[in-house]
Design a protein around this ligand. Structure first.
Ligand code: ATP
Ligand code: MG
Length: 344
């Protein structure tokens, strides 16, 4: 059966009930501190060869999910399985194995590259750490990778500051791909770049996905970016997935009021301004509202929404999943009419 969470059919990565809680404040021994529930019960699956978009506004927990997938954060609860191996609660040393399978492209290519290292040095480091020592093989792999990302092998001896922002992101992509990973997590890969070169980098990522047979997780606060790349989309709000499904379903029939407001916030290509932005701000994760976390900002909220936490993700007849008490009552017609008139 088709599963919008993508947990069946040739799954290369799955996340089961992931929670990451950070102790904050508090004095010695953490007494008096509180728990910030950055991620709280996330289920996701990535199929081989697909691109899954993970969207949500700043602070919703997207990077925390990504760092957990890379083995850089130890989850409070839940399980992550990558290519058949459980990577949570793992033994020391497994992170090295994981690095050969999952890699990340960061948002700011300048901040994430060492200014004192040449491109060659940056690309050679991971190869050496992973036991590639023959000089000729290293040289070949660096040159091939630079060509893959649209740079010339002669540029390998330059430093990051000698490149433009777009070229630096190409170097960041080359570094992520040099170990031939199967999965690449792109965390806001174009949001630090000039608008005029975003499309080039997105196209490069799409090309590389096909040529190298990669699977992607594409993280963005902007649904417009993932719209062009993703096969499926998962929408996060305050540490939870509130809606997920095929991108076309999500864009044409968004069922969660939050997804609707994100769609309404995609800049209009003619006017370069969003139709509408979500009113209010993400609640403080240290004191989440009672009931559904989106309740205080939701124009459809009723008593139940302020009383009960959101329901579990429920399958809808059109094949996507949504966590909203009122999803069935809010008809597609109203949704589309409201979105078109700029009211999420
Ligand atoms: N190490 C940490 N210690 C305490 N709180 C943290 C830590 N890392 C993240 N958080 C908090 O967890 C929540 C989720 O953060 P996260 O960085 O995952 O969000 P995000 O969706 O990636 O946001 P952005 O779009 O701004 O990158 C935020 O409230 C953040 O302040
Ligand atoms: Mg982030």
């Amino acid at each position: 059966m088709h599963d919008p969470l993508g947990r069946r059919d040739d799954v290369i990565l799955s996340v089961e009930d992931l929670a990451v809680h950070f102790p904050v404040g508090g004095g010695l021994l953490g007494r008096g501190g509180r728990l910030l529930r950055a991620v709280d019960g996330v289920d996701l699956g990535l199929k081989r060869g697909e691109c899954l978009g993970l969207v949500g506004e700043s602070g919703s927990g997207k990077s925390t999910v990504a760092l957990s997938m890379l083995g850089l954060l130890t989850p409070t609860r839940g399980r992550i399985v990558v290519d058949g191996q459980v990577v949570t609660g793992r033994r020391a040393g497994n992170r090295k194995t994981l690095a050969r399978i999952v890699q990340m492209v960061f948002q700011d290519p300048y901040a994430s590259l060492n200014p004192r290292q040449t491109v060659r040095h940056t690309l050679e480091d991971p190869l050496r750490v992973h036991g590639v020592t023959a000089a000729s093989e290293i040289e070949d792999r660096v040159a091939t990778m630079l060509r893959h990302v649209g740079l010339r092998p002669e540029q390998a001896d330059r430093y990051p500051h000698e490149f433009s922002g777009g070229q630096r992101q190409r170097i960041g992509i080359a570094r992520a791909l040099i170990l031939n990973p199967r999965i690449v997590i792109c965390d806001e890969p174009v949001s630090a770049l000039d608008v005029s070169i975003r499309a080039q980098i997105i196209n490069l990522l799409l090309e590389l996905k096909e040529t190298l047979g990669l699977s992607y997780i594409m993280i963005s606060h902007d649904l417009g970016v993932v719209e062009h790349m993703s096969d499926r989309v998962a929408v996060m709000y305050l540490g939870r997935i509130v809606e997920t499904g095929d991108w076309r379903e999500i864009f044409e029939r968004p069922a969660h009021p939050y997804t609707r407001s994100l769609i309404a916030a995609i800049p209009d290509p003619l006017h370069h301004a969003p139709l509408a932005t979500t009113k209010g701000e993400l609640p403080n994760p240290l004191s989440p509202p009672n009931g559904c976390a989106f309740g205080p900002r939701c124009r459809y909220a009723e008593a139940v929404c302020h009383r009960e936490p959101g329901p579990p993700l429920e399958m809808r007849p059109d094949g996507h999943m949504v966590r909203c008490w009122r999803a069935d009552e809010i008809t597609d017609q109203t949704a589309l009419a409201l979105t078109a008139s700029g009211h999420p």
